[in-house]
Design a protein around this ligand. Structure first.
Ligand code: SF4
Length: 368
């Protein structure tokens, strides 16, 4: 079934490490943007399709007023065949929610919320340029629960400038102490052109070995506290995997609305340019082709090996590849304990995840 992604490119303040498409805007502009999203949903080329996940990402979707959130989700329901048990997720900044707002979101169908908590240490949050403190994050989780949103996820950042193993441990354990069902644990990546792209910050960031120790520690602690890893950066209580994000890794179709939103639909990959004003003023969103005939075999290997359950050898053959060549190339990694082959499945181990880019590109090369 189809997933819908809606990009909300507005934030109260830009964080120093972020290169996502977002800008600071007043309520009027955010509402005009929401109108444009609705217009595009009403006129999309895949109207009537069956949909079982809706994901509002950003930016900061929790900056949407109750009314704008209602309009967008109403448009989704009116123009798509939304399944009764659809997962409707929003990303939220802990510094931007109130009980009233969360209750209103819940009433219009939001049933999963992902808070960008990042750390339990206020000095680390300050370093990242975040607008919230950890106590605000704890309160935000409590309010979401009170509003009836039971499926709560928190983002955790690994490799924050100045972060130590001990402070990471404290952050993981404090997150595990909250009543949440899911944790996304991302390594900080210094993106070109961001304020973090400078020597001063680089000098404070963990080197590769330290970052590897941090990742392994986070995975171990999350596992010990009931969060099962299902993807390189994602951990959940049983049954609480992100159904929407799983679509990206398993090659299911999704359609994106909003500036910079990506789509995989009708066998093609395309995206909307990162022009927020252009998106608001155009009658319909412009799309740019990313790939008219994506190499599905390479994508299957690249995305599927992010998952703990890995990929199927039979599927490699079905997609026109050679499982024999794959297994020959994989031998080096299985001997090094970085990969496992079990029956029809091939998957990376936790240590394999640490060097996944190199392994995945070698395995893709084995198919050419
Ligand atoms: S709140 Fe999120 S999207 Fe906005 S600037 Fe910070 S990291 Fe980027």
């Amino acid at each position: 079934m189809l997933g819908i992604y809606i990009h909300i490119p507005f934030c109260l303040k830009r964080c120093g490490y972020c290169d996502f498409c977002s800008s600071i805007a007043d309520e009027g502009k955010i509402s005009a943007y929401a109108e444009a999203v609705v217009r595009n949903i009403e006129n999309s080329g895949c109207k009537g399709e069956k949909v079982d996940t809706v994901y509002l990402g950003g930016g900061t979707p929790s900056l949407l007023s109750e009314k704008d959130m209602a309009k967008i989700l109403f448009a989704v329901r009116e123009n798509f065949s939304l399944s009764e048990d659809a997962e409707i997720s929003i990303e939220a900044n802990p510094g931007t929610v109130s009980l009233e707002k969360l209750e209103a979101y819940r009433r219009v169908g939001v049933n999963r919320i992902s808070f960008g908590v990042q750390s339990c240490k206020d000095d680390e949050l300050y370093m990242l340029g975040r607008i919230h403190t950890f106590s605000q994050a704890v309160e935000a989780v409590r309010l979401a629960e009170k509003a009836g949103i039971k499926n709560i996820s928190c983002d955790l950042m690994i490799g924050i400038p100045g972060q130590m193993l001990s402070s990471l441990e404290e952050s993981v354990l404090k997150l595990c102490g909250l009543n949440i069902a899911h944790v996304s644990a991302y390594m900080l990546k210094i993106e070109e052109g961001t304020p973090f792209d400078c020597e001063k910050i680089r000098a404070l960031v963990a080197d590769d070995d330290e970052a590897a120790d941090m990742y392994l520690l986070a995975a171990k602690l999350l596992g010990e506290n009931g969060f099962e890893q299902y993807e390189i950066s994602n951990f959940s209580k049983p049954g609480y995997e992100s159904r929407h994000n799983l679509k990206y890794w398993t090659g299911e179709p999704y359609i994106g609305f909003g500036a910079s939103a990506h789509s995989f639909f009708g066998g093609k990959r395309f995206f909307v340019p990162e022009d927020i004003d252009g998106f608001i003023s155009s009658p319909l969103q412009k799309t740019v082709s990313e790939d008219d005939s994506p190499d599905l075999l390479s994508e299957y290997i690249m995305l599927g090996l992010r998952l703990v359950r890995g990929i199927s050898l039979k599927r490699i053959d079905a997609l026109g590849g050679s499982s024999k060549s794959f297994l020959r190339a994989a031998e080096l990694y299985t001997r090094a304990g970085l990969m496992h082959i079990a029956g029809d499945r091939a998957f990376l181990t936790l240590n394999g995840f640490l060097v996944s880019n190199g392994i995945i590109s070698a395995l893709i090369d084995s198919q050419h």
